[in-house]
Design a protein around this ligand. Structure first.
Ligand SMILES: Nc1ncnc2c1ncn2[C@@H]1O[C@H](COP(=O)(O)OP(=O)(O)OP(=O)(O)O)[C@@H](O)[C@H]1O
Length: 622
């Protein structure tokens, strides 16, 4: 979802107020403090309007009557009002600071929880930078809005209204002269708001795109350096950065134009009122004190009026940030266990193994004219059996394995675990039953032990040791702090093979009933692979397992092999049966010339091979 992509909020007419009102559920818990703070700020701001009235009294009274006692009293009153105003504004800040940090934190937690619950298909569609910028910059903007523009739009609005009433009461003609710019200002503000909100949206989306590029640049630093792509990456960054800069400049130009008008029109009105007022004083129709009070009030209203421009701008930025936040919050969550009415609610206890029945799956964003990746998969992995899934690259092996832990939902057909439809199981139960390890092993910024024990709620050192043993991950003990070593962001401080072994340990630690492994040995050297294989055999003997295999050595871990072709299972049998009966299987197996595991090691001498067998003894299939 780049800046250029249409987002839901851009398609329908947008209202800043409606967008901001959606914040209410998060603001509700702190409403009392927020309203109190706004009330205190209104009082403080209106106090500044009392000062000109004291001035009027001072000029027309004690100063005109040469009464030093009165002048001192007036001075003390002005000082007292000033101090009270400052104290009240300070109190307002204290009232809002802590609760608003709480609102921001609550929104961020809700956002994070949502991200965790959203289906994998959502994460496939959304660049991580767009999500990161929503969780950081956008939520900061929202907090700033609640702390400042929200209160001051109310405070300044009230101050302006009270101020004009005071001005009109003092001299209605001069008051009307000052009020004259209001109508053009309202029209200008609404025009500005429409234009500004579009530019604000573009800028915030561009920040998201830029965050994505920075994130990819950091995570992919090895590839970028390895392929010498620093320049092209820097160019991509510079292009996005320039676009963002020009959008920010457009924002600044719009704001500057509005600000110039907001400042110039009232200044002109004050100038006109000053001329008119001076003439009235000269005529004797207006007292000098009233003119001083009038002009002081008008000057006291300058800041509330001038601030309206950037308060509107900030509110617009915040409304855009709110829209962006709710675009993610409004996304439908992944279906829960009992979401499908047709799914059986009780779990069968039969030792039926893992079954795929007429399973069809198409990625949600794939074009309508592209056939589904899986088009009716029927497969039965018997209880306690290990089945290797083999197929050409892109045939859908990873997709099929991702359906078992419900990372994606089948579009048709069903998958059962010991006879129970997986859509009828709760997520927690499904996670208990099925453990997964993917080809690309993801580790988290945590210790090696924490990464492994993520696979078993409440697991301890004994389980950890067993799992590390099974995955041949003894290297962990040689890390600087042993299993307590932080393995770094995405485990980048470890080698590919080490990461894969930790991921494998995580998959087996809980002793799952069903194990789904996506090419678990792909990054291991031949020696380690043999060790892991030996240990895996023990684990596989006690579980029902589906193992995606690219290499003959992995296939040999399995009791039977299924060939995925054309979105269906086209053949099932033992390794040797398939070598005899399926030309496609032979081609796939002979296309992996690994030292010691290639066709020479695995194809029996009488198999009709694509490449000639070399007559070595192959490892026996189980
Ligand atoms: N997130 C996705 N969105 C849309 N299409 C996808 C997505 N992931 C995979 N595909 C497509 O689905 C098809 C099957 O991909 P899959 O990764 O399951 O194949 P595979 O058999 O595991 O491949 P390999 O052996 O190379 O790992 C491919 O055509 C791929 O382009």
């Amino acid at each position: 979802m780049s800046a250029s992509a249409d987002s839901p909020s851009q398609e329908r007419p947008r209202s800043v107020v409606r967008s901001l009102l959606r914040l209410w559920p998060y603001v509700r818990p702190v409403r009392v403090r927020l309203f109190t703070a706004a009330f205190v700020a209104v009082i403080a701001s209106c106090l500044s309007l009392v000062i000109p009235l004291v001035l009027k009294w001072l000029v027309d009274g004690p100063v005109a009557g040469r009464d030093p006692g009165g002048v001192w009293l007036g001075g003390a009153l002005l000082l007292g009002l000033g101090v009270l105003e400052a104290v009240l504004f300070g109190f307002r800040r204290w009232l809002v600071a802590r609760p608003l940090a709480g609102v921001e934190a609550a929104m961020r937690s809700a956002f994070y929880r949502r991200l965790q619950r959203l289906p994998v298909s959502f994460h496939d569609r959304w660049p991580s930078g767009q999500l990161l910028s929503r969780a950081t910059t956008d939520l900061q903007l929202v907090r700033m809005f609640l702390a400042f523009p929200l209160t001051f739009l109310l405070v300044n609005g009230t101050t302006i209204a009270v101020g004009f009433v005071i001005l009109l009461l003092q001299d209605w003609l001069l008051g009307l002269v000052l009020l004259a710019p209001v109508i053009p200002l309202v029209v200008l503000c609404s025009l500005f708001e429409t234009k500004y909100s579009k530019v604000a949206r573009t800028a915030q989306d561009q920040v998201g795109d830029l965050t994505t590029v920075v994130e990819e640049g950091v995570l992919g630093i090895r590839i970028i350096k390895g392929f010498g792509r620093n320049r092209s990456q820097a160019r991509a960054f510079a292009t996005l950065s320039r676009s963002l800069r020009s959008t920010e400049l457009r924002k600044a130009r719009l704001l500057a134009g509005l600000w110039a008008l907001i400042m110039a029109l009232p200044e002109l009105a004050i100038g006109a009122a000053l001329v008119l007022g001076t003439l009235q004083v000269a005529d004797g129709t207006l007292s000098a004190g009233t003119l001083v009070a009038f002009l002081s009030t008008a000057l006291a209203l300058r800041w509330p009026v001038e601030s309206i421009g950037f308060l509107i701008a900030m509110s617009n930025d915040s409304a855009t940030a709110t829209d962006r936040f709710f675009e993610v919050m409004d996304e439908p969550e992944a279906a829960q266990g009992d979401a499908r009415a047709s799914a059986p609610r009780t779990e069968s206890v039969r030792e039926d193994g893992l079954r795929f029945e007429g399973v069809e799956f198409a990625y949600p964003d794939s074009p309508a004219d592209v056939p589904p990746v899986l088009r009716g998969v029927d497969l039965h992995i018997r209880h306690g059996e290990t089945l290797a899934l083999v197929g050409a690259t892109g045939s859908g092996k990873t997709t099929l394995t991702a359906l078992v832990p419900r990372l994606h939902e089948t579009t048709r057909g069903r998958i059962t675990l010991d006879g129970a439809d997986i859509t009828g199981l709760t997520r927690a139960r499904l996670r208990e039953l099925v453990a997964v390890a993917f080809e690309e092993p993801t580790l988290f910024s945590a210790t090696a032990a924490e990464n492994v024990l993520m696979g078993m709620e409440g697991g301890g050192p004994a389980e950890l040791d067993r799992a590390l043993g099974v995955a041949q991950a003894g290297f962990v003990r040689n890390l600087p702090a042993g299993a307590a070593t932080e393995v770094g962001e995405q485990g980048l401080s470890l080698s590919g093979g080490q990461r894969q072994r930790l991921a494998l340990a995580r998959a087996v630690v809980g002793g799952p009933r069903f194990l789904v492994l996506d090419d678990p040995l792909s990054a291991l050297d031949v020696h380690t692979e043999a060790l892991v294989e030996a240990a895996l055999r023990e684990v596989l003997a006690t579980t029902t397992a589906l193992v995606v295999a690219h290499r003959p050595s992995t296939v040999l871990l399995a009791d039977r092999v299924a060939l995925l072709s054309g979105g269906r299972i086209s053949a099932v049998g033992t390794h040797h049966e398939l070598l005899h009966t399926s030309a496609e299987y032979r081609t796939l197996m002979s296309g992996s010339p690994q030292e010691g595991h290639g066709p020479s090691a695995l194809l029996p001498a009488d198999a009709p091979t694509v490449r000639p067998a070399h007559g070595h003894e192959g490892r026996p299939a189980r």
